[in-house]
Design a binder for this molecule. Structure first.
Ligand code: ARG
Length: 465
């Protein structure tokens, strides 16, 4: 038997290989709720416009509700021979309500249908991702409040650079997640237009009301150009781009956790909840969750790259290539969701070793800049000269194998006679961080203020949402 949805001029069944390459139900079955919502909006509009009868529309609506609950319950029989979610739903509708089901597809095509469904799906993904990122920020802010004054080494080139506070470090990720949320919100704005009613590519001769279906589905407006409506996948690409950047942020943080928890570094400890042991080495506590967050980034970036490549050679309007937009994207979105949740869990779980952090913060002459700044401020030296003098003092300490604050005043005065006892005070890691009060700097009081401001913002958002 040929396909009853489009098989009028077909007399033969598709080859098994044709069916295998063409079928998309394993992937687009995940669009069932969106597909049914869009069909309900379409049927109601057709009736309101007098294109189908109110009675047919009512039966279609009821039938679709039945199908929705069958799929949700898991009792729906998905048929591969019916190719995709649209034809599976429509075929079942025929079983449930008879010939009226055939009127649902008036003035639409699977091309505008799938574009509508996937927009609705990606919109849901964006909303869920935003909520997950907000929870991640919340966890970071909580820990930042707790550790606003905890001193740790700050690094550049992974070399000890200057002391910073742990809270400050955590708040850097709050900022990054904030920009990620901004990118998702921005993608959502442009995504939120309805392709429904563009039909196959050219629009339709029926007096449909695309504004009504757009409104019913929560879109801001119908898309203005029917060719664009069925062939655009920017909304997936933009959301995947936002997802890729967010994943890169999480991956960088995951990498830091891997470094911090290494016994060679030992700045942070994760509990049994987020680590695993080794089957052969009893002493091991491996940061598997962080490593997997780092690795899952590959899937997200891969999905973005793959879809860019699918799209890059496609002429207008719909091409079947575009059916390949869903699987990678769906996998990428769920990888990102898991990664955000795993990082949130680790943020709440991790325990910094504050003594070790403080010790490490002072290693590698990390307060040398503070001494140079003292020379500038107190002796009015040009910074370049102060840098040079401090470099010679660091060399003395290094030669003696001691820390800067362990060097005697006399030894410093041998390099620069105007140095007084006052200078020694700036060499501690605490006074170093305390002095970094410039806007956005690491001083505990800055960090506390920033963390509180974020907390307020997040709480306000939570109330509104
Ligand atoms: N399964 C298709 C997709 O995901 C639906 C649209 C099919 N359209 C068509 N003209 N064959 O893109």
């Amino acid at each position: 038997m040929s396909n009853k949805m489009w098989g009028g001029r077909f007399t033969e069944r598709p080859d098994a290989i044709m069916e295998e390459i063409n079928v998309s139900i394993d992937v687009d079955r995940h669009l069932y709720a969106q597909d049914i919502a869009a069909s309900k909006a379409h049927a109601a509009m057709l009736a309101a416009q007098g294109i189908i009868t109110a009675n047919d529309a009512k039966n279609i609506g009821k039938g679709l509700d039945t199908i929705l609950s069958e799929i949700a319950k898991g009792s729906f029989d998905f048929k591969r021979a019916l190719e995709d979610i649209h034809m599976n739903v429509e075929s079942r509708l025929g079983e449930l309500i008879g010939p009226a089901s055939g009127r649902l597809h008036t003035a639409r095509s699977r091309n505008d249908q799938v574009a509508t469904d996937f927009r609705l799906y990606v919109r849901d993904v964006i909303d869920q991702t935003d909520a997950a990122l907000a929870a991640f920020q919340y966890a970071l802010v909580e820990r930042a409040l707790e550790h606003a004054g905890t001193v740790m080494p700050g690094f550049t080139h992974l070399q000890t650079a200057q002391p910073v506070t742990f809270g400050h470090h955590l708040l850097a990720y709050v900022e990054m997640a904030g920009r990620d949320r901004g990118r998702f919100a921005d993608a959502r704005k442009r995504l939120n237009e309805s392709p429904l009613g563009a039909a196959a590519l050219a629009g339709t001769s029926f007096p449909i009301d695309r504004h009504a279906t757009a409104k019913a589905l929560g879109f801001d407006r119908p898309m203005a150009n029917s060719l664009d409506a069925v062939s655009d996948r920017d909304f997936v690409l933009e959301t995947l781009s936002a997802a890729a950047i967010a994943s890169v942020h999480l991956s960088r943080f995951a990498e830091e956790i891997v470094i911090w928890t290494s016994p060679l570094v030992g700045l942070v400890r994760l509990s049994d909840k987020f680590t695993s042991g080794s089957s052969i080495m009893p002493q091991k506590r491996n940061p598997d969750a962080a490593e997997l967050v780092r690795a899952k980034t590959g899937r997200v970036i891969g999905a973005l790259t793959a879809l860019l490549i699918v799209m890059k050679g496609l002429p207008l309007a719909y091409q079947k290539d575009m059916q390949e937009d869903k699987q990678g994207a769906m996998e990428a979105f769920s990888a990102l969701s898991l990664a955000i949740r795993a990082m949130t869990g680790m943020v709440l779980d991790l325990v910094p070793d504050q003594a070790r952090m403080k010790l490490a913060a002072g290693e590698g002459y990390a307060t040398a800049t503070d001494l140079a700044d003292w020379l500038v401020r107190t002796l009015k030296m040009p910074f370049r000269d102060a840098h040079h003098v401090t470099g010679r003092i660091v060399a003395e300490a290094s030669k003696a194998g001691i820390a800067l604050h362990e060097l005697s005043l006399q030894a410093m005065q041998a390099v620069e006679p105007r140095i007084t006892r006052d200078a020694l005070a700036v060499l501690s890691v605490e006074s170093s961080v305390k002095s970094r009060t410039s806007f956005g700097g690491t001083a505990p009081k800055n960090v506390l203020a920033q963390a509180k401001a974020w907390l307020k913002r997040l709480e306000k958002e939570r109330k509104l949402g």
